[in-house]
Structure formats: C-alpha cells, structure tokens
Design a binder for this molecule. Sequence first.
Ligand code: 5GP
Ligand code: 5GP
Ligand code: 5GP
Length: 215
Amino acid sequence: LGSSLQDFDFFYFVQQWPPSYCDSRHSCCYPTTGKPNEDFTIHGLWPNYNDGKWPSNCDQQTSLHKSEISDLMSKMQKDWPTLACPSGDGMKFWGHEWGKHGTCTSLDQHSYFQAALQLKNNSNLLQVLGNAGIRPGNFYSVERIKQAIEEGVGHAPFIDCNVDASGNHQLFQVYLCVDTSSTKFIKCPVLPHGRCGSRIEFPSFSNVSESHDEF
Ligand code: 5GP
Ligand code: 5GP
Ligand code: 5GP
C-alpha cells in the first residue's frame, strides 16, 4: 500500500529553458558537470489531480539512491541539469524532485527518471519550435509558440514566463500533460495559473552570463 497507490489523474511534464533561468534576477550556477547545451532541460514530472491540486512528499522514508539510476546518469546530466546555486552534480535537484513528486507516483526510482528522459526525447521541443521558424534570440507571440508546440507534440502546452534583468517577459517553462502511464501526451485537464503577456522573448545563451556562488 502507501506509495504503491496511484492516486492522481495525470502528470505535468515541465521543461525549463536554461537561458531564462540564468538571466533572471536569481541568476544561476552551471552544474559541476559542465555548461548545459542550449536546449530545453527537464524540471520535473509532477503527478496532479484534475481539480488543479496535487499530492506531494508521499513517502519520507525512501530517498533517491544513486545506485538505482547509475545507468541513466550521463543522460540525466545532459537532459536534467541543475542550474541552482551553488553548483552541484544534480543529485540534490533529482532527490528533491523524487521526494516531492516521484514518491506520489507508482513508479520506482529508475522508471520515474527514465520516463521523464523519454518524454523529453519524444517532445523534442527545440526542434519542434525550429521547424516553425522559432529560434532563440528573438521575440514571438505566446500564441505562435503554443501553436508550434501543439502541431509538433499533438497537444497545446501551458507556457510559463519569467522576467529578465531588463524587465522583458520571456519563455521560461513549458508544461505538457501526460497520461498516468507516463508515456502519452494528452490534452491538459486543467492549467496552472500564470500569464505571459502577448509578446515574449525566447532568449539565447549568448547574452547570458553565469553567476558566481556569492549571488
Ligand atoms: P512555483 O510556485 O515556483 O510555481 O512552484 C513551486 C513548486 O511547486 C514547483 O517546483 C512544483 O514542485 C510545485 N508546483 C507548482 N505548481 C504545480 C502544479 O500545478 N502541479 C504540481 N504537481 N506541482 C506544482
Ligand atoms: P520544485 O519544488 O519547484 O519542483 O523544485 C524546485 C527546487 O529545486 C527549488 O528548491 C530549486 O532551488 C531547486 N532546483 C535546483 N536546480 C534547479 C533547476 O535547474 N531548476 C529549477 N526550477 N529548480 C532547481
Ligand atoms: P486566453 O485567456 O485568451 O487563453 O489568454 C489570455 C492571455 O493569457 C493572453 O495574454 C495570452 O498571451 C495568455 N496565455 C495564453 N495561453 C497561455 C499559456 O499557456 N500560458 C500563459 N502563461 N499565458 C497564456
């Protein structure tokens, strides 16, 4: 019983755009394993209820064990890097995501992280946007970005924005909804809160500088 109960309705699969994490007020620190590529990276795979609420921290007893995911490590470093300061190897971020969200699924640690890595591959956001002529370094309407992702992935995303140091609203995170099998994108049953403003920046890494740990 306990953590084996699958008591949720769908997943949010949330990807972040590293340049937007890094050029915001809190800044960022590159992981100890190296500067991330200019590509979307994983934030998390979050079980959710259809009413907008969600379960969290469902099993305080099991922490993330490196030995369970050792074969996934090089993909995790590339596709799920931590950008928070101080610089880390990712285990703290992954352990947080496992404890807060992963423990509320019926997946074991390996299956949970593998499912998220597979979903990132399958959504292929940077290429989907590029196919629609949407490239880092420019401003676009939120509607155009949403439409491109809907065409490429099959379902409309929720777009989450943040603000850069100059006050520009920018593409920060893309939420896709996934069925409880953790494999199939679905229409979102409910959307998170938040607004972007109609025209947003899709910033490039080239004009972002890394913070040092004292920030
Ligand atoms: P924030 O307040 O920064 O949007 O979210 C803080 C944290 O709360 C997220 O990292 C995530 O762990 C959790 N969270 C926020 N919104 C949602 C949501 O709509 N669904 C789920 N499952 N978790 C969320
Ligand atoms: P959430 O609770 O929002 O799912 O997870 C966010 C937590 O993970 C925060 O405590 C944040 O500091 C930490 N974290 C570490 N690395 C990252 C990262 O690259 N992106 C985000 N969004 N949070 C990170
Ligand atoms: P509507 O209610 O017509 O869908 O959108 C109203 C406003 O919300 C518009 O300014 C639009 O740019 C913004 N918006 C539409 N879809 C999204 C979304 O998925 N995420 C966010 N943050 N804003 C959106």
